[in-house]
Design a protein around this ligand. Structure first.
Ligand SMILES: Cc1cc2nc3c(=O)[nH]c(=O)nc-3n(C[C@H](O)[C@H](O)[C@H](O)COP(=O)(O)O)c2cc1C
Length: 187
């Protein structure tokens, strides 16, 4: 299977990083997923979405709908449409976000807001019925992890994808939760 990991944290572990935190939970989870998926014979790609230019939805057009409703693309000229199209090449998706203020990160919210609009009423959707695993990475308290996973449940509802794993991670439970992640990587 071809699996696409989309992560939405500021962390990026390489020399063109623009971010201080190089040992983030989100990135560590993405690495764990990638390792297990490859061990299980899958082809994997990981995109760090914070490096992409994804602007906020303008709710353009009449009654709050733009061309997204009929044409299933966005009018904004940024990286959204190319990533949405690119997603059709994959059989399953792993979505990983940090928990900020009891919610998914801003970059995740911005991307999924537009994905819902373009895909939810797309009869020719290439995402529908595909499997997803959603991971919420929180700090010490873990507050907001469930709320973040709930937002993924709503996304799953509108995309009509198949949620096969919703995984709460904190700094304290990460080592133990690796086995949960590993199990979820068996598509
Ligand atoms: C702006 C901001 C808001 C945060 N809000 C929460 C929160 O509501 N609940 C929580 O448990 N941790 C919260 N945290 C901590 C992060 O979820 C935690 O550090 C997580 O590991 C971040 O992901 P990363 O390690 O990939 O950077 C927040 C961190 C930031 C920067």
């Amino acid at each position: 299977m071809k699996v696409l990991i989309l992560s939405f944290s500021s962390n990026q572990v390489n020399e063109d990083s623009y971010i201080p935190n190089k040992i983030g939970l989100t990135f560590s989870c993405a690495q764990e997923c990638e390792k297990k998926l490859k061990e299980n014979g899958n082809e994997v790609e990981h995109i760090c979405m914070n490096k992409k230019n994804i602007q906020k939805c303008l709710a353009c057009g009449k009654r709050g709908w733009g061309i997204c409703l009929e044409e299933h693309k966005c009018i904004l000229k940024d990286n959204f449409n190319e990533i949405y199209e690119y997603m059709s090449n994959f059989d399953a998706y792993i979505f990983i976000t940090p928990v900020y203020f009891w919610e998914m990160s801003e970059s995740a919210k911005t991307f999924f807001d537009r994905l819902k609009r373009c895909d939810a009423f797309n009869d020719n959707s290439k995402i529908k019925h595909k499997k997803i695993v959603c991971i919420a990475c929180a700090g010490g308290s873990g507050n907001g992890t469930e709320e973040t996973l709930k937002s993924f449940d709503i996304l799953n509802h509108f995309l009509e994808t198949e949620m096969i794993g919703r995984i709460p991670i904190t700094k304290a439970n990460f080592e133990n939760q690796k086995s949960t992640i590993d199990k979820a990587m068996k598509f």
